[in-house]
Each structure stands twice: as C-alpha cells, then as structure tokens.
Write a protein that binds this ligand. Structure first.
Ligand code: SAM
Length: 261
C-alpha cells in the first residue's frame, strides 16, 4: 500500500504504518470500548483502523478525495466508523452530536494551531485531546514559566488544559519522513478557572507577549494605566519590571481580572 500512494506534502501527509506505534498512540489516548473518538486526517486509515477496534464509535475527517477507496474499504469492515470527506476546518462540530468524546489524531502540521483553536471553541464536547504534532510546537504548548519556550500558546492552552507530552516520535517513523521529530501531546480540560470572556483573555495574553524582551508594563502600557499595572503586579508579589515569561498561567488570569475591573 505504501508504494502506490502519491503523498501530498501540501496536505501534511506523513503517514504511520507501524502497528506497535499505532497501538501505543491509542493507548496514550486512553481510548475505551465505550468512547466516541474524533479523528482529524484519516489518511489511508491506519490509525482509524486501530481506533475502530478499540472504541465504540469513530468519526473521521479526510480532505483528500484520492484516499476515499482505502477508507471506504475500511468502512465495509468497521460498522462503527463514520467518514466525512471534507475540510475539518469547515466542519460543524455541533452537528456531529458528540458527548464526552475524545480526539485522537495524527493531524496535518500545516494547520496545527487552527485545529487546536477550533477544538477549544467546541471544548464542551470533549473530555480529552491527544494529537501528534511537531516536537518543537508541543514543547511550546507544554512549556513552563521562565523557559525560552513559554509564550502565548503555553498560557492560553494551560489556562484550559493540563498539557503533557506523552511521547516523542522520531521522524523516521513516518512515511514519508518529515524534516523534524514529532510529539504526542495530551490536553485534558482541568476546569480550574472560569474565564467567561476567553477571546478577551487571549488578546490580553497576546498583548502581554507582544515584545518578549520588554517588561510586561511596557507591553501593556498603551492599553492600561501605568499606575494600575504597577498596582496589580505588586498585589501579585511581582516586581514592576517583571517580563511576561516570568508570570505563571494562574497569575495571568488574576492580572486579567484585576485590570478588567
Ligand atoms: N492518520 C493518518 C496516519 O496517521 O497515517 C494520516 C495522518 S497525516 C499526518 C494527516 C492527514 O490529514 C492527511 O491524510 C491529510 O490529507 C489530511 N488533511 C489535511 N488537511 C486536512 C483538513 N483540512 N481536513 C481534513 N483532513 C486533512
């Protein structure tokens, strides 16, 4: 099967055929026999097949119509599989009737962030998200304060999820091999904070990190009064010259609320 396919780089087609690795991915996703699983990017269905064997129901998206014969073949065998041959970014998640579902997917790298943000917008339908993405992106998502990787996406994702890399997957494990290694990253909603105006919070974090080398106050001084900023930082026991990467996720949320009110 591997030889016949005309892999499309533009669609992020880096497939996995190693059955042990596919089983390990599904295990990291904690997929159980009662679960409904959403997969984005079925490819020829190698991960889809293992998901069908382990889950109650699998809903899978694939944009490349050339792969339909492989997937229709799989559908004949697995009656718990539903396929959508369309761009996931245009899909209406609400219409899928998901409840407490899991996401397990080797997603196309060129739209990693848009996919994650689409899932966040629909987070009420999911209990966990396990996605295979580029290693360096996964390291940014899971980075801790005071490290070089800690930034906008670390704060935004960790304000909603416990974020953990479950395993590193070497580039040689894919067909064709991409240029860099990958990582499986697991996102589990922690419900620690209730941020009602999430779009406002996202913009706040983006502004806070607008110039990484500058202090937080310098980055935010066009949006807030300087005395108000100093006051908020002092209340949270930070020096007024603190830089954005030194502020914890929890304190970003506190700061946002102080400054909003
Ligand atoms: N799941 C397969 C595997 O692990 O071998 C394939 C993974 S491959 C990294 C990503 C897949 O996503 C490709 O088959 C690609 O055609 C598909 N894809 C790319 N963009 C997509 C989109 N916008 N919506 C749905 N599928 C997409």
């Amino acid at each position: 099967m591997e030889q016949k396919i005309n892999y499309k780089k533009s669609l992020g087609q880096n497939f996995i055929y190693d059955i042990n690795l596919l089983n390990a991915i599904v295990s990291d996703g904690e997929v159980e026999a009662t679960d409904t699983v959403l997969e984005i990017g079925a490819g020829v269905g190698s991960l889809t097949k293992v998901l069908c064997q382990r889950a109650h129901k699998v809903i899978s998206f694939e944009i490349d119509k050339n792969l339909i014969p492989y997937l229709e073949n799989l559908k004949q065998k697995y009656k718990n599989l539903t396929l959508h041959y369309q761009d996931f970014m245009l899909a209406d998640i609400q219409s899928l009737n998901l409840h407490n579902a899991r996401v397990v997917a080797n997603i196309p790298y060129y739209i990693t962030t848009p996919i994650i943000f689409k899932l966040i917008d629909n987070i009420n339908y999911f209990k966990s998200i396990l996605v295979l993405i580029q290693k360096e992106v996964a390291e940014r998502f899971s980075a801790k304060p005071k490290t070089k990787d800690y930034g906008i996406t670390s704060v935004i994702l960790q304000s909603i999820f416990d974020v953990r890399i479950t395993r590193i997957i070497k580039k040689e494990c894919f067909t064709p091999s991409p240029k860099v290694d990958s990582a499986l990253i697991k996102l589990v909603p922690h419900n620690k904070y209730s941020i009602e105006d999430f779009d406002g919070f996202k913009k706040f974090v983006q502004n806070a990190f607008s110039m990484r080398r500058k202090t937080l106050i310098n980055n935010l001084k066009l949006l807030y009064d300087k005395a108000q900023l100093e006051n908020a930082l002092t209340k949270l026991n930070y020096n007024i010259n603190v830089r954005p990467e030194e502020i914890s996720v929890e304190d970003f949320i506190k700061l946002y609320f102080y400054l909003k009110n």
